[in-house]
Ligand binder design. Structure first.
Ligand SMILES: *Cc1c(COP(=O)(O)O)cnc(C)c1O
Length: 367
Protein backbone atom coordinates (compact mmCIF):
# COMPACT_ATOMS: atom_id res chain seq x y z
CA UNK A 1 0.00 0.00 0.00
CA UNK A 2 1.01 3.57 -0.66
CA UNK A 3 0.07 6.88 0.87
CA UNK A 4 2.12 9.13 -1.36
CA UNK A 5 0.77 7.83 -4.66
CA UNK A 6 -2.89 7.44 -5.51
CA UNK A 7 -5.47 7.11 -8.22
CA UNK A 8 -7.79 10.00 -7.41
CA UNK A 9 -11.22 9.42 -8.92
CA UNK A 10 -13.87 12.09 -9.31
CA UNK A 11 -17.49 10.99 -8.99
CA UNK A 12 -18.76 14.33 -10.32
CA UNK A 13 -16.68 13.83 -13.47
CA UNK A 14 -18.08 10.31 -13.83
CA UNK A 15 -21.60 11.71 -13.45
CA UNK A 16 -20.94 14.35 -16.12
CA UNK A 17 -19.51 11.72 -18.46
CA UNK A 18 -22.65 9.62 -17.99
CA UNK A 19 -24.87 12.61 -18.77
CA UNK A 20 -22.70 13.39 -21.80
CA UNK A 21 -23.24 9.84 -23.10
CA UNK A 22 -26.97 9.99 -22.36
CA UNK A 23 -27.19 13.21 -24.36
CA UNK A 24 -25.39 11.60 -27.30
CA UNK A 25 -27.80 8.64 -27.18
CA UNK A 26 -31.15 10.13 -26.17
CA UNK A 27 -33.20 7.08 -27.16
CA UNK A 28 -31.13 4.24 -25.73
CA UNK A 29 -30.47 2.97 -22.23
CA UNK A 30 -26.91 2.69 -20.93
CA UNK A 31 -25.28 -0.64 -20.25
CA UNK A 32 -21.92 0.61 -18.95
CA UNK A 33 -18.96 -1.72 -18.69
CA UNK A 34 -17.40 -2.14 -15.25
CA UNK A 35 -15.25 -5.13 -16.19
CA UNK A 36 -11.58 -5.29 -15.22
CA UNK A 37 -12.12 -3.50 -11.92
CA UNK A 38 -14.05 -0.76 -13.75
CA UNK A 39 -11.08 -0.21 -16.06
CA UNK A 40 -8.91 0.04 -12.96
CA UNK A 41 -11.17 2.50 -11.13
CA UNK A 42 -12.62 0.10 -8.54
CA UNK A 43 -15.38 -2.41 -9.34
CA UNK A 44 -17.50 -1.88 -6.23
CA UNK A 45 -17.43 1.92 -5.79
CA UNK A 46 -18.00 2.52 -9.51
CA UNK A 47 -20.77 -0.09 -9.80
CA UNK A 48 -22.55 1.25 -6.72
CA UNK A 49 -22.27 4.85 -7.89
CA UNK A 50 -23.68 3.98 -11.34
CA UNK A 51 -26.47 1.96 -9.83
CA UNK A 52 -27.51 4.11 -6.87
CA UNK A 53 -26.61 7.63 -7.90
CA UNK A 54 -26.94 7.47 -11.67
CA UNK A 55 -29.87 4.99 -11.61
CA UNK A 56 -28.27 2.80 -14.26
CA UNK A 57 -30.26 -0.41 -14.48
CA UNK A 58 -27.68 -2.67 -16.15
CA UNK A 59 -23.93 -3.13 -15.83
CA UNK A 60 -21.48 -5.25 -17.82
CA UNK A 61 -18.61 -7.39 -16.56
CA UNK A 62 -16.42 -9.95 -18.30
CA UNK A 63 -16.48 -12.81 -15.80
CA UNK A 64 -18.93 -14.45 -13.45
CA UNK A 65 -16.46 -13.88 -10.63
CA UNK A 66 -16.71 -10.11 -11.14
CA UNK A 67 -20.50 -10.29 -11.02
CA UNK A 68 -20.34 -12.38 -7.84
CA UNK A 69 -18.00 -9.86 -6.22
CA UNK A 70 -20.59 -7.11 -6.80
CA UNK A 71 -23.46 -9.23 -5.49
CA UNK A 72 -21.47 -10.36 -2.47
CA UNK A 73 -20.83 -6.74 -1.54
CA UNK A 74 -24.36 -5.61 -2.29
CA UNK A 75 -26.92 -8.42 -2.68
CA UNK A 76 -29.74 -5.96 -3.33
CA UNK A 77 -28.02 -3.87 -6.01
CA UNK A 78 -30.92 -2.57 -8.12
CA UNK A 79 -29.17 -3.29 -11.43
CA UNK A 80 -28.89 -6.35 -13.63
CA UNK A 81 -25.34 -7.57 -14.22
CA UNK A 82 -24.46 -8.97 -17.63
CA UNK A 83 -21.52 -11.39 -17.84
CA UNK A 84 -20.11 -10.83 -21.31
CA UNK A 85 -17.47 -13.46 -22.01
CA UNK A 86 -16.37 -15.79 -19.22
CA UNK A 87 -19.86 -16.70 -18.05
CA UNK A 88 -19.09 -20.31 -16.94
CA UNK A 89 -22.58 -21.21 -18.14
CA UNK A 90 -21.24 -24.64 -19.18
CA UNK A 91 -19.95 -25.35 -15.66
CA UNK A 92 -22.45 -27.48 -13.71
CA UNK A 93 -21.79 -25.71 -10.41
CA UNK A 94 -21.10 -22.10 -11.37
CA UNK A 95 -24.00 -21.95 -13.82
CA UNK A 96 -26.45 -22.34 -10.89
CA UNK A 97 -25.50 -18.84 -9.73
CA UNK A 98 -27.62 -17.49 -12.58
CA UNK A 99 -30.74 -19.00 -11.04
CA UNK A 100 -30.51 -17.07 -7.79
CA UNK A 101 -29.37 -13.57 -8.72
CA UNK A 102 -30.06 -10.90 -11.29
CA UNK A 103 -26.92 -11.90 -13.16
CA UNK A 104 -27.32 -12.73 -16.83
CA UNK A 105 -24.95 -14.69 -19.04
CA UNK A 106 -24.25 -13.38 -22.53
CA UNK A 107 -24.54 -16.52 -24.66
CA UNK A 108 -21.90 -16.30 -27.32
CA UNK A 109 -21.89 -19.79 -28.82
CA UNK A 110 -24.47 -22.41 -29.72
CA UNK A 111 -23.45 -24.67 -26.82
CA UNK A 112 -24.18 -21.80 -24.37
CA UNK A 113 -27.66 -21.32 -25.84
CA UNK A 114 -28.28 -25.07 -25.73
CA UNK A 115 -27.29 -25.20 -22.07
CA UNK A 116 -29.85 -22.53 -21.15
CA UNK A 117 -32.80 -23.47 -23.34
CA UNK A 118 -32.64 -27.24 -22.82
CA UNK A 119 -32.66 -27.03 -19.03
CA UNK A 120 -36.14 -26.23 -17.71
CA UNK A 121 -34.73 -24.85 -14.48
CA UNK A 122 -33.12 -22.06 -16.58
CA UNK A 123 -36.47 -20.93 -17.95
CA UNK A 124 -36.34 -17.63 -16.08
CA UNK A 125 -32.80 -16.80 -17.21
CA UNK A 126 -33.16 -14.08 -19.87
CA UNK A 127 -31.84 -14.99 -23.31
CA UNK A 128 -29.02 -12.63 -24.18
CA UNK A 129 -27.33 -13.68 -27.38
CA UNK A 130 -24.19 -12.33 -29.01
CA UNK A 131 -23.69 -12.73 -32.75
CA UNK A 132 -20.44 -12.70 -34.67
CA UNK A 133 -20.70 -10.19 -37.50
CA UNK A 134 -17.05 -10.03 -38.49
CA UNK A 135 -14.90 -9.45 -35.43
CA UNK A 136 -14.41 -13.23 -35.30
CA UNK A 137 -13.81 -13.38 -31.57
CA UNK A 138 -16.94 -14.46 -29.68
CA UNK A 139 -20.47 -14.66 -31.04
CA UNK A 140 -22.60 -17.06 -33.05
CA UNK A 141 -21.49 -17.26 -36.67
CA UNK A 142 -23.70 -16.58 -39.67
CA UNK A 143 -23.56 -20.26 -40.65
CA UNK A 144 -25.20 -21.09 -37.30
CA UNK A 145 -28.11 -18.65 -37.33
CA UNK A 146 -30.61 -21.19 -38.65
CA UNK A 147 -29.41 -23.68 -36.04
CA UNK A 148 -29.98 -20.98 -33.42
CA UNK A 149 -33.52 -20.37 -34.66
CA UNK A 150 -34.39 -24.09 -34.66
CA UNK A 151 -32.88 -24.61 -31.23
CA UNK A 152 -35.00 -21.81 -29.78
CA UNK A 153 -38.18 -22.98 -31.48
CA UNK A 154 -37.66 -26.61 -30.55
CA UNK A 155 -37.37 -25.62 -26.89
CA UNK A 156 -40.23 -23.18 -27.00
CA UNK A 157 -38.08 -20.18 -26.14
CA UNK A 158 -38.90 -17.98 -29.07
CA UNK A 159 -38.07 -14.68 -27.37
CA UNK A 160 -34.54 -13.30 -27.39
CA UNK A 161 -34.42 -10.71 -24.63
CA UNK A 162 -31.33 -8.98 -25.94
CA UNK A 163 -29.52 -9.55 -29.24
CA UNK A 164 -26.11 -7.96 -29.65
CA UNK A 165 -22.90 -7.83 -31.62
CA UNK A 166 -19.54 -6.15 -31.03
CA UNK A 167 -17.56 -3.95 -33.44
CA UNK A 168 -13.89 -4.59 -34.14
CA UNK A 169 -12.85 -1.08 -35.20
CA UNK A 170 -15.50 1.46 -34.31
CA UNK A 171 -12.77 3.69 -32.84
CA UNK A 172 -11.56 4.40 -36.39
CA UNK A 173 -13.25 7.24 -38.30
CA UNK A 174 -16.29 5.70 -40.00
CA UNK A 175 -16.69 5.61 -43.78
CA UNK A 176 -19.57 4.26 -45.84
CA UNK A 177 -18.97 0.59 -46.60
CA UNK A 178 -16.18 0.09 -44.06
CA UNK A 179 -15.89 -2.90 -41.76
CA UNK A 180 -18.08 -1.37 -39.03
CA UNK A 181 -20.87 -0.60 -41.51
CA UNK A 182 -20.60 -4.15 -42.88
CA UNK A 183 -20.81 -5.56 -39.36
CA UNK A 184 -23.91 -3.50 -38.65
CA UNK A 185 -25.55 -4.58 -41.92
CA UNK A 186 -24.89 -8.20 -41.03
CA UNK A 187 -26.41 -7.66 -37.59
CA UNK A 188 -29.58 -6.21 -39.12
CA UNK A 189 -29.70 -9.11 -41.54
CA UNK A 190 -29.44 -11.58 -38.65
CA UNK A 191 -32.21 -9.87 -36.73
CA UNK A 192 -34.48 -9.87 -39.79
CA UNK A 193 -33.68 -13.53 -40.41
CA UNK A 194 -34.53 -14.52 -36.84
CA UNK A 195 -37.80 -12.57 -37.03
CA UNK A 196 -38.84 -14.33 -40.24
CA UNK A 197 -38.15 -17.58 -38.40
CA UNK A 198 -40.72 -16.51 -35.81
CA UNK A 199 -38.25 -15.42 -33.12
CA UNK A 200 -39.12 -12.25 -31.20
CA UNK A 201 -36.13 -9.95 -30.61
CA UNK A 202 -37.08 -7.75 -27.68
CA UNK A 203 -34.02 -5.52 -27.33
CA UNK A 204 -30.68 -4.98 -29.09
CA UNK A 205 -27.27 -3.33 -28.71
CA UNK A 206 -24.20 -2.84 -30.88
CA UNK A 207 -22.35 0.35 -29.87
CA UNK A 208 -19.19 0.56 -27.76
CA UNK A 209 -17.48 3.91 -27.06
CA UNK A 210 -15.96 4.24 -30.54
CA UNK A 211 -19.38 3.84 -32.14
CA UNK A 212 -21.18 6.05 -29.60
CA UNK A 213 -18.72 8.89 -30.16
CA UNK A 214 -19.57 8.70 -33.88
CA UNK A 215 -23.30 8.31 -33.15
CA UNK A 216 -23.32 4.94 -34.88
CA UNK A 217 -25.69 2.19 -33.77
CA UNK A 218 -27.13 4.41 -31.05
CA UNK A 219 -30.74 3.86 -32.11
CA UNK A 220 -30.67 0.34 -30.66
CA UNK A 221 -32.26 -0.28 -27.24
CA UNK A 222 -28.94 -0.15 -25.38
CA UNK A 223 -25.45 1.28 -25.84
CA UNK A 224 -22.43 -0.25 -24.11
CA UNK A 225 -19.94 2.48 -23.18
CA UNK A 226 -16.65 1.58 -21.55
CA UNK A 227 -13.55 3.65 -22.14
CA UNK A 228 -15.34 6.96 -22.87
CA UNK A 229 -17.11 6.80 -19.51
CA UNK A 230 -13.71 6.70 -17.80
CA UNK A 231 -12.35 9.35 -20.14
CA UNK A 232 -9.76 7.42 -22.10
CA UNK A 233 -10.54 8.76 -25.58
CA UNK A 234 -9.56 12.16 -26.90
CA UNK A 235 -13.24 13.01 -27.41
CA UNK A 236 -14.17 12.15 -23.83
CA UNK A 237 -15.44 14.91 -21.60
CA UNK A 238 -13.22 14.24 -18.56
CA UNK A 239 -10.77 11.57 -17.53
CA UNK A 240 -12.33 10.59 -14.22
CA UNK A 241 -9.00 9.72 -12.58
CA UNK A 242 -5.67 11.36 -11.94
CA UNK A 243 -2.65 9.15 -11.30
CA UNK A 244 -0.69 11.10 -8.73
CA UNK A 245 2.62 10.74 -6.91
CA UNK A 246 4.29 13.00 -4.34
CA UNK A 247 7.84 14.02 -5.13
CA UNK A 248 10.21 11.93 -2.98
CA UNK A 249 13.55 13.48 -3.89
CA UNK A 250 15.00 16.01 -6.30
CA UNK A 251 18.54 15.64 -7.55
CA UNK A 252 20.46 18.16 -9.63
CA UNK A 253 22.59 16.43 -12.25
CA UNK A 254 25.15 17.41 -14.85
CA UNK A 255 25.05 16.19 -18.43
CA UNK A 256 26.55 12.69 -18.52
CA UNK A 257 25.65 11.69 -14.93
CA UNK A 258 24.47 8.05 -14.81
CA UNK A 259 21.07 7.59 -13.13
CA UNK A 260 19.45 4.42 -11.81
CA UNK A 261 19.82 0.84 -12.98
CA UNK A 262 21.64 0.25 -16.24
CA UNK A 263 23.68 2.77 -18.13
CA UNK A 264 21.31 5.68 -18.48
CA UNK A 265 22.96 9.07 -18.40
CA UNK A 266 21.49 12.56 -18.24
CA UNK A 267 21.53 14.06 -21.73
CA UNK A 268 21.75 17.60 -20.33
CA UNK A 269 22.23 19.51 -17.13
CA UNK A 270 19.00 19.46 -15.20
CA UNK A 271 16.83 18.03 -12.45
CA UNK A 272 15.98 14.42 -11.74
CA UNK A 273 12.67 14.26 -9.84
CA UNK A 274 12.16 10.89 -8.16
CA UNK A 275 8.58 9.68 -7.67
CA UNK A 276 7.38 6.87 -5.37
CA UNK A 277 5.65 4.92 -8.12
CA UNK A 278 7.04 2.23 -10.40
CA UNK A 279 6.13 -0.86 -12.34
CA UNK A 280 5.02 -2.50 -9.09
CA UNK A 281 2.31 0.17 -9.11
CA UNK A 282 1.46 -0.23 -12.78
CA UNK A 283 3.78 2.36 -14.28
CA UNK A 284 5.01 -0.07 -16.92
CA UNK A 285 8.66 0.05 -17.97
CA UNK A 286 7.34 1.09 -21.37
CA UNK A 287 6.52 4.50 -19.86
CA UNK A 288 10.28 5.18 -20.04
CA UNK A 289 10.95 7.97 -22.49
CA UNK A 290 7.42 9.42 -22.44
CA UNK A 291 7.18 13.18 -22.55
CA UNK A 292 4.94 14.90 -20.00
CA UNK A 293 4.16 18.45 -19.02
CA UNK A 294 4.42 19.21 -15.31
CA UNK A 295 3.68 22.71 -13.96
CA UNK A 296 3.72 23.88 -17.55
CA UNK A 297 7.28 22.58 -18.06
CA UNK A 298 8.29 19.83 -20.47
CA UNK A 299 9.90 16.75 -18.94
CA UNK A 300 10.48 13.14 -19.77
CA UNK A 301 10.17 9.86 -17.89
CA UNK A 302 13.84 9.13 -17.78
CA UNK A 303 16.11 6.10 -17.44
CA UNK A 304 14.42 2.82 -16.57
CA UNK A 305 11.22 2.74 -14.52
CA UNK A 306 12.01 0.75 -11.35
CA UNK A 307 9.69 -1.49 -9.36
CA UNK A 308 9.13 1.23 -6.76
CA UNK A 309 10.45 4.46 -8.28
CA UNK A 310 10.24 6.54 -11.43
CA UNK A 311 12.46 9.42 -12.57
CA UNK A 312 11.35 12.57 -14.34
CA UNK A 313 14.05 14.60 -16.06
CA UNK A 314 13.75 18.37 -16.52
CA UNK A 315 16.36 20.23 -18.53
CA UNK A 316 17.79 23.16 -16.58
CA UNK A 317 15.87 25.70 -18.68
CA UNK A 318 12.61 23.90 -17.88
CA UNK A 319 12.66 24.38 -14.12
CA UNK A 320 9.25 23.17 -12.87
CA UNK A 321 9.68 24.99 -9.51
CA UNK A 322 8.66 21.98 -7.51
CA UNK A 323 9.80 20.70 -4.15
CA UNK A 324 9.76 17.46 -2.23
CA UNK A 325 6.18 16.59 -1.27
CA UNK A 326 4.54 18.33 -4.23
CA UNK A 327 2.03 16.24 -6.15
CA UNK A 328 2.72 15.33 -9.77
CA UNK A 329 0.01 14.01 -12.12
CA UNK A 330 1.15 11.20 -14.41
CA UNK A 331 -2.22 11.76 -16.05
CA UNK A 332 -4.88 14.32 -15.21
CA UNK A 333 -8.53 15.02 -15.95
CA UNK A 334 -7.82 16.34 -19.44
CA UNK A 335 -8.37 13.28 -21.67
CA UNK A 336 -5.48 14.34 -23.92
CA UNK A 337 -3.09 13.59 -21.09
CA UNK A 338 -3.61 9.81 -20.83
CA UNK A 339 -4.35 9.46 -24.56
CA UNK A 340 -1.12 11.17 -25.61
CA UNK A 341 0.93 9.14 -23.14
CA UNK A 342 -0.63 5.93 -24.43
CA UNK A 343 0.06 7.05 -28.01
CA UNK A 344 3.72 7.68 -27.18
CA UNK A 345 3.90 4.19 -25.68
CA UNK A 346 2.20 2.69 -28.76
CA UNK A 347 -0.49 1.28 -26.52
CA UNK A 348 -4.05 2.24 -25.57
CA UNK A 349 -5.40 4.16 -22.58
CA UNK A 350 -7.32 1.04 -21.54
CA UNK A 351 -4.04 -0.66 -20.72
CA UNK A 352 -2.70 2.27 -18.70
CA UNK A 353 -5.90 2.36 -16.64
CA UNK A 354 -5.93 -1.40 -16.11
CA UNK A 355 -2.24 -1.56 -15.22
CA UNK A 356 -2.63 0.52 -12.02
CA UNK A 357 -1.90 -2.12 -9.40
CA UNK A 358 -3.45 -2.86 -6.04
CA UNK A 359 -0.56 -1.08 -4.28
CA UNK A 360 -2.10 2.22 -5.42
CA UNK A 361 -5.08 3.26 -3.31
CA UNK A 362 -8.17 4.36 -5.18
CA UNK A 363 -9.47 7.49 -3.49
CA UNK A 364 -12.80 9.00 -4.45
CA UNK A 365 -13.72 12.64 -4.46
CA UNK A 366 -17.24 13.97 -4.45
CA UNK A 367 -16.13 17.48 -5.41
C1 LIG B 1 -15.59 -3.98 -23.29
C2 LIG B 1 -16.79 -4.02 -24.13
C3 LIG B 1 -17.48 -2.84 -24.46
C4 LIG B 1 -16.96 -1.47 -24.11
O1 LIG B 1 -15.93 -1.15 -25.00
P1 LIG B 1 -15.23 0.29 -24.97
O2 LIG B 1 -14.37 0.29 -26.16
O3 LIG B 1 -14.45 0.36 -23.70
O4 LIG B 1 -16.33 1.29 -25.00
C5 LIG B 1 -18.69 -2.96 -25.13
N1 LIG B 1 -19.16 -4.16 -25.51
C6 LIG B 1 -18.51 -5.31 -25.25
C7 LIG B 1 -19.07 -6.60 -25.69
C8 LIG B 1 -17.31 -5.28 -24.56
O5 LIG B 1 -16.66 -6.42 -24.32
Amino acid sequence: MRHSSQLLISFPHLAENIKFIQNLCPTSALLPMVKANAYGHGLLPISKFLSHEMKIKQLGVASLGEAMAIIKDEPALPSRIYVFSDSEILDPDYSKIYLNHDIVPVLHQITDVKRVVEDRSFQRVPLVVKLNTGMNRLGIDKEEWSQLASLLKKNNRIEIDHLMTHFACADIKLKEGDRTHRQYEMFKEAKAFLETEGIVVKTTSVANSGAIEQKFGIEESFVRPGIMMYGGTKNSLHTISKLQAKVLKIREVKKGTPVGYGNFVAGDDGLVVILPIGYGDGVLTSYSGCKLTVNGQACQLFARVNMDLTYLFFKRENDPKIKVGDVIDLWNSDPHSIVETADQMKTISYQLFCAVSSRIPRNYSVL
